[in-house]
Write a protein that binds this ligand. Structure first.
Ligand code: FAD
Ligand code: DHB
Length: 391
């Protein structure tokens, strides 16, 4: 099998890249190890930055998002039983975010790819990327019990944190920057209308809590839990009781309860693999970097990477210059490190470490007070949350 761009992984990064390349008349093949239902139902991100929304629209993949997605013009910060709203458009010159689940982005892109795009093979597991430092990189993969080879001009590893693409970069050229956190997020989906019309990020002495949503009738909520927690040890009523405590306000706000339809625990880590390119192998999305979910940046970073790659390849095709392809890693890493910084700041602002002292608690409250009382501090948060424009 032969193609111009071999794409490993059909998460948001791989699927959007295939769409961008198809729109530019460049052929690709997508290899995805899981089946379609798994990819379409894996519960993950919920927030799309303004730039991501714009890219999906331009790619012709924004029709259902514009119909069913919920535009959000702010978030609420909750601490010391007080509520503070951050108004995005007022602070950023009109920017906002969209609540539209990653599952739905993937469903839309898969439907478009199958109808109009090149091959998208489910159940096709990449085993290794070979000859990445030559003009003819190859992906060895297994599909329907048979081993095969995909010959490419370029390979893009969009295969997430546990993928194989990264391992093709020699370790002596690689630097890894990593931090783990002593807590995770217990996430639930519940059949109950969201108790607030915008997201609520709550700092509490018992730990962080987040109220989000998937639709006007489905809530998505998260609780900070100790690292390694088994979701099954949390009964439904215990989850609601704990959420209620952490969201408690001095006014008459109430948390609505409903049937919990899904629960799982996500570990938290910060991770950056440098470089993001080796010869004709490019890494994009979670394959190259992970952020803790507090800033809602992971999916948006993946989008930034594949937009950068697609632009660079189109530039090479039109201008005959590989400059942008060669600059891919540096270009992406500038944005990646800004998101790492923001996600780390939001995480440490809102979570309670198991060994936190009273001093650290007071500092967190002072930082939150500062955001609530200084337009400069609040603007900094709003700009980073809604996302910096793509380069
Ligand atoms: P993935 O979505 O991980 O896709 C990689 C794909 O590659 C998978 O389909 C996998 O099956 C496939 N694959 C792996 N190995 C192979 C192989 N060997 N061969 C073939 N295929 C392979 N981000 C945000 O922007 N906003 C949020 O609000 C947000 N909230 C989050 C909440 C939670 C609870 C979690 C867990 C994450 C959240 N994120 C959020 C992060 C976001 O979900 C990820 O950053 C995003 O999925 C990255 O997309 P990706 O395409 O790079 O990787
Ligand atoms: C969601 C996830 C996040 O990480 C976040 O910061 C906001 C919302 C969500 O899944 O809805």
């Amino acid at each position: 099998m032969r193609t111009t761009v071999g794409i490993i992984g059909a998460g948001p990064a791989g699927l959007l890249l295939a769409r961008l390349l198809r729109n530019a008349g460049i052929d690709s093949v997508v290899l995805e190890s899981r089946d379609r239902a798994y990819v379409e139902h894996r519960q993950r991100a919920g927030i799309l930055e303004q730039g991501t929304v714009d890219v999906l629209r331009e790619a012709g993949a924004g029709e259902r998002m514009d119909r069913e997605g919920l535009r959000h013009d702010g978030i609420e910060l909750r601490f010391a039983r007080q509520r503070h709203r951050v108004d995005f458009p007022a602070l950023t010159g009109g920017r906002s975010v969209m609540v539209y689940a990653q599952t739905e982005v993937c469903k839309d892109l898969i439907a478009l790819q199958l109808a109009e795009g090149g091959p998208l093979l489910f159940g096709a597991e990449a085993l290794a990327v070979e000859d990445a430092d030559t003009d003819g990189p190859r992906v060895r993969f297994r599909h329907e019990g048979r081993e095969d080879v995909l010959e490419c001009d370029y390979v893009v590893g969009c295969d997430g944190f546990w993928g194989v693409a990264r391992t093709a970069i020699p370790s002596e050229l690689t630097q890894v920057f990593e931090r783990t956190y002593p807590f995770g997020w217990l996430g639930i989906l519940a059949d109950v209308p969201p108790s607030h019309d915008e997201l609520v990020y709550a700092r509490h002495d018992r730990g962080f809590a987040l109220l989000s949503m998937r639709s006007p009738s489905v809530s998505r909520l998260y609780l900070q839990v100790p690292e390694g927690t088994d979701a099954e040890t949390w009964g439904d009523e215990a989850i609601w009781d704990e959420l209620e405590r952490r969201f408690e306000t001095a006014d008459d706000w109430r948390l609505q309860r409903g049937p919990i339809t899904q629960k799982s625990v996500t570990p938290m880590r910060s991770y950056v693999h440098e470089p993001m390119r080796y010869g004709r192998l490019f890494l994009a999305g979670d394959a190259a970097h992970i952020v803790p979910p507090t800033g809602a940046k992971g999916l948006n970073l993946a989008v930034g990477d594949v937009v950068t790659f697609a632009r660079a390849l189109i530039h090479e095709r039109e201008k005959g210059s590989a400059d942008l392809l060669e600059a891919y890693s540096e270009t992406c890493l500038r944005r990646v490190w800004q998101a790492e910084r923001f996600s780390y700041d939001m995480t440490s602002l809102l979570h309670r470490a198991p060994d936190a002292t009273g001093f650290e608690d007071r500092l967190q409250l002072a930082r939150l007070e500062r955001i609530a009382s200084s337009r400069a501090a609040e603007t900094d948060l709003a700009q980073a949350y809604t996302g910096f424009p793509f380069d």
